[in-house]
Design a protein around this ligand. Structure first.
Ligand SMILES: [Zn+2]
Ligand SMILES: [Zn+2]
Ligand SMILES: [Zn+2]
Length: 369
């Protein structure tokens, strides 16, 4: 009997049920019924056999006791892990092609899995924590720094390509974000009213942040501020600012200049009156409906301190630069206009309408372009 079994083992065949029954005969001296065999095999499922039992088995099978060492559960797992690893290392290509084939045949499963994983990454606290720790480690790792160093140009190029492809989208996102921040800042400094503190102007496009104690330009320069709104928000809304409309802001400046001339030297006083007269003179050539007032029909601002000259066909910036080159500093545009015989290139607008038109391309009064 044992020889028969030995032979079948050598040939690599599986033991038949008959053979197994014979084994039981060798072990216990009686033939086991099918029912008992099933009962025992069900009961033994997942159980680890004792050393004694294995020895008896090997005697029944091979005719002599085995000298193989018995492994614990952990040792068995470790052995399986090592074997699997060895297999993976030796069959890289085979596994790769197998996986690729599976991916090709099961796109839905992959999509589904990705979605589930994405959701878990965001919402499962355990997985979230795992990724947080992993990223923390990865940020500092030498591997990453090395990778960044080696692929610097490549990464820059990828970034550039991405920017070219998504320029409009990115620009829109940035401007949206800026708009949101701007409204947040205005809301804070106007105590939620969203209005000019002085005149009560409520059109949001006209509102600006004003340094209560002046010195805004100097402050911006010293701190290298490109956006006042960003600066205020990141510095947690410091004191000393208020919300004014552009008109009231410029009026504040004008009144200050007037005060300075009144308390200043004789020449300061003279130059101030000269400039005022010149402005009035120029404005009298560009009147709207026979009056000195804003040309925007829905505005009607007529305080000369809040008015300025506007280039009808745009090109204001380029013209101003040209004037600077020619030596017309500050309000030199009025002198230039007078010297050039009041060309029909201008109209009178208030600072609100003018700034909005220049910065946004429209006036919220919705009547001029
Ligand atoms: Zn105002
Ligand atoms: Zn206006
Ligand atoms: Zn307007």
């Amino acid at each position: 009997m044992t020889d028969e079994i030995k032979k079948s083992k050598l040939l690599g065949r599986k033991l038949s049920d008959e053979h197994k029954k014979n084994i039981s005969l060798g072990l216990t001296g009686r033939k086991m019924s099918d029912e008992t065999r099933k009962k025992i095999s069900d009961g033994n499922k997942g159980k680890i056999r004792s050393e004694e039992f294995c020895k008896r088995m090997s005697v029944a099978r091979l005719g002599k006791p085995t000298n193989r060492k018995l492994l614990t559960k952990e040792e068995k797992q470790e052995r399986a892990r090592l074997l699997a690893r060895k297999y993976r290392l030796n069959n890289k290509d085979k596994i790769k092609s197998k996986h690729a084939k599976w991916r090709k045949n099961n796109p839905d499963k992959i999509k589904n899995w990705n979605e589930i994983h994405k959701y878990k990454k965001k919402n499962d606290p355990q997985i979230k924590e795992h990724y947080r720790l992993y990223n923390q480690q990865y940020e500092k790792s030498e591997n990453r720094l090395e990778y960044l160093r080696v692929n610097k140009d490549k990464r820059l190029e990828t970034k550039r390509q991405y920017y070219y492809k998504n320029t409009d989208d990115l620009k829109r996102k940035v401007s949206e974000r800026h708009r949101k921040i701007r409204l947040e800042v205005i809301n804070h400094y106007s105590n939620g009213t969203m209005k000019c503190k002085k005149c009560g102007e409520s059109i949001q496009e006209f509102l600006e942040v004003d340094h209560i104690n002046d010195g805004g330009r100097k402050h911006k320069k010293s701190e290298n501020i490109t956006s006042m709104y960003n600066y205020l928000r990141t510095n947690k809304f410091p004191e000393g600012y208020q919300i004014l409309c552009a008109n009231c802001n410029i009026e504040k400046l004008m009144l200050k200049a007037k005060l300075r001339s009144e308390t200043g030297t004789k020449s300061q006083k003279y130059s101030h009156t000269y400039r005022q007269k010149l402005k009035l003179n120029v404005f009298s050539y560009y009147m709207t409906d026979g009056e000195i007032k804003c040309a925007c029909p829905n505005c009607n601002e007529n305080d000369i301190n809040k008015l300025c000259l506007d280039h009808i066909n745009n090109g204001g910036t380029a013209h101003r630069e040209k004037l600077l080159e020619e030596g017309f500093v500050g309000n030199g545009i009025y002198l230039w206009v007078k010297q050039n015989n009041y060309p029909p290139l201008f109209r009178i607008l208030c600072i609100n309408c003018n700034k909005s038109l220049g910065n946004r391309g429209y006036c919220p009064h919705d009547t001029i372009k």
